[in-house]
Design a binder for this molecule. Structure first.
Ligand code: MG
Length: 390
């Protein structure tokens, strides 16, 4: 079998109030398709965030096409390394690994379809029958503890037993810009009150995960994490600091009682190596569309397994991401929970020919070949970003 074409498709999902309030609707998903001379087409996802950067990764996928045409799509490992070395002279992680990710996922989809087996079977088979998730409940429109209380009750009533949020609303506007790492006393206290209110709403048995979005300096991160843990027993404090450098993370780790989760902005096994070796986190959360695809997520999971650290894949993009992360999750011993965004679910299904299958808060994968779902190319074409030329 030979690869005959590689294409990227940048679409605009309709993600509603959360994204609009944070990013002014500037959010796209990048899908990847790989065609072969035997009629099998695979697909993957190379989405970036936010502000039109999915157009950049889409252009990146097109730029590396020449390295793939004529190659045997079965040689996933070799093609991963070919791309990783051929296009990374100015740096090997992040942007290039996002391009590689969508291609890698599409190659696994092709391999599964060619062999008539689901991808998880090619990764060693099932460790479990379904995939535990946690709900990234954006709580769009909520601003008071009372509103969060009511919204959290609904999330649990809908069948979720783990919920993630960022209660420090004042920091939203600094989500992707430089800031001093501090928060006002009023903003900090409102955040504590929101989490206490959510804890009151959901009871003691539901996990509350707090995403700090890399906003803070060391003393602020330490103070927030410890107070949230002592007052409201949070399950983890995620990305306390900007992702650059380990010295500050070591300092936070030494001073913090709350469990820690990092990794959505760590790329490839090399970025995770020192974190795991030094015990700087309790959970790792690689993103399958950013860290290097199914191949790389599986390797990072095996590295974490050595340290008995659970893996909880980051998942804040589209349907290719949740399916690819799902196939690794279902086949991985040290899997914890797969993220999913409640408000994104209709948009996952919008771009698939058949909807994803859920039982309560668990994702099912079924036993169809490859990723198990097909991109709806009519829906993709109908939602192309105006700046993307098909
Ligand atoms: Mg996060």
């Amino acid at each position: 079998m030979k690869i005959t074409n590689v294409e990227a498709w940048v679409v605009e999902p309709d993600l509603g109030v959360f994204i609009d309030s944070h990013f002014g609707s500037e959010w796209q998903w990048t899908f990847v398709t790989i065609e072969t001379d035997e009629g099998i087409t695979g697909w993957g996802e190379s989405s970036n965030v936010p502000r039109k950067t999915s157009l950049l990764t889409g252009a990146g996928v097109r730029a590396v096409k020449d390295a793939l045409i004529g190659e045997d799509p079965a040689d996933i490992e070799r093609l991963w390394h070919k791309l990783f070395r051929r296009y990374t002279y100015l740096g090997s992680r992040g942007f290039p690994t996002t391009i590689i990710s969508g291609i890698d996922i599409a190659l696994w989809d092709i391999k599964g379809k060619a062999l008539g087996r689901p991808v998880y079977d090619l990764l060693g088979g099932k460790m479990r029958d379904d995939i535990r998730t946690y709900a990234n409940a954006w709580f769009g429109g909520c601003s008071t503890p009372e509103q969060y209380h009511a919204a959290a009750k609904k999330v649990v009533a809908d069948g979720h037993d783990a919920v993630k949020l960022d209660p420090f609303l004042e920091m939203n506007e600094f989500h992707t810009m430089y800031q001093d790492g501090q928060i006002s006393a009023a903003g900090e206290n409102l955040g504590y009150d929101i989490i206490a209110s959510v804890r009151d709403a959901v009871g003691p048995d539901v996990e509350i995960l707090v995403d700090a979005h890399g906003h803070y300096n060391v003393p602020t991160a330490v103070r927030l994490a410890n107070r949230l843990y002592d007052d409201s027993q949070i399950g983890w404090f995620e990305e306390p600091l900007p992702p650059e450098g380990l010295d500050a993370l070591r300092s936070v780790r030494r001073q913090t009682r709350a469990p820690m989760c990092v990794g959505e902005r760590l790329f490839t096994r090399w970025d995770f190596s020192q974190i795991l070796h030094e015990g700087l986190t309790d959970y790792v959360m690689p993103d399958v569309t950013w860290t290097g695809g199914i191949s790389e997520l599986k390797k990072i999971a095996a590295m974490a397994e050595i340290y008995f650290i659970p893996i909880s894949p980051h998942n804040a993009q589209g349907p290719g991401q949740i399916l690819a992360g799902g196939h690794v999750s279902i086949s991985t011993p040290n899997f914890y929970r797969l993220e999913h965004a409640i408000e994104f679910k209709p948009q996952y299904d919008r771009f698939l020919t058949e909807p994803l299958e859920w039982v309560g808060n668990k994702l099912l994968l079924g036993d169809r070949p490859g990723l198990g779902r097909e991109l709806d190319m009519d829906a993709v074409r109908a939602a192309l970003h105006p700046d993307w030329v098909a």
